[in-house]
Design a protein around this ligand. Sequence first.
Ligand SMILES: Nc1ccn([C@@H]2O[C@H](COP(=O)(O)OP(=O)(O)OP(=O)(O)O)[C@@H](O)[C@H]2O)c(=O)n1
Ligand SMILES: C[C@](O)(CO)[C@H](O)COP(=O)(O)O
Length: 225
Amino acid sequence: MSGVLKVAALIPAAGFGTRLGQGPKAYLDLGGLSLLARSVAALAPHVDEVVVALPEGFALPEGIPARVVIGGATRQASVLALLRATDAEVVLIHDAARPFLPPEVIRTVRTAAAETGAATAALPVADTLVRGQGQASALWGELTARENLWAVQTPQGFRRELLLSAHLEAEQGGIQATDDAGLVARLGLPVVLIPGDARLFKVTTPSDLALARALVVVWDAEDAD
Ligand SMILES: Nc1ccn([C@@H]2O[C@H](COP(=O)(O)OP(=O)(O)OP(=O)(O)O)[C@@H](O)[C@H]2O)c(=O)n1
Ligand SMILES: C[C@](O)(CO)[C@H](O)COP(=O)(O)O
């Protein structure tokens, strides 16, 4: 569907949801659909194929149009397994744990990735930022200026060869990063920041899940309009 370049959506969904404490988050129900089903449904119309990394021993729920690979011990290892499972020229990496994915963000990240090599959704930080200090980091330490600071989200889009090289270099050097754009940026290559969306938050803790269960009602109603 996506034109000259083959595009794949790669969804790391092999985590165990430790901070939420309800098992692998990809399978959690949100308004009648799993988090994974929501991410796949949002991405599928914009790409040529969807590949999902699941924990070993777990199966893809019925009716989800995707291929499966076994994930790794870390998010980074799961993404590397996904990159090795596709020959697409452009890849969109998206956390299964971010179920509210506006189509405009997908389109913009995909276009910027194809044109420049690397792009990610991100949101300008709106809160005052301070580093905690003391034993439990519970005391006000150094204030950090928030100008030009962005909170990084997914989807993140890349030319696949570029991201694969960044991952292989990281693997060789024993580098662990919290996201894929960071692995590209550490090679000195530009990563375009695309304005994301507050609704693209990651379901990480029980309060995130409560927020997601409230938001899904509005989200699905808008979709039905
Ligand atoms: N070994 C891993 C770890 C994480 N992920 C995926 O990476 C995304 C972001 O990770 P996170 O929100 O941290 O999920 P979990 O690892 O499941 O959560 P926790 O860290 O609380 O255990 C999720 O879609 C998760 O399934 C993955 O594919 N493989
Ligand atoms: C990739 C990510 O969602 C960008 O913000 C984030 O770094 C994942 O972190 P996690 O600790 O693996 O959830």
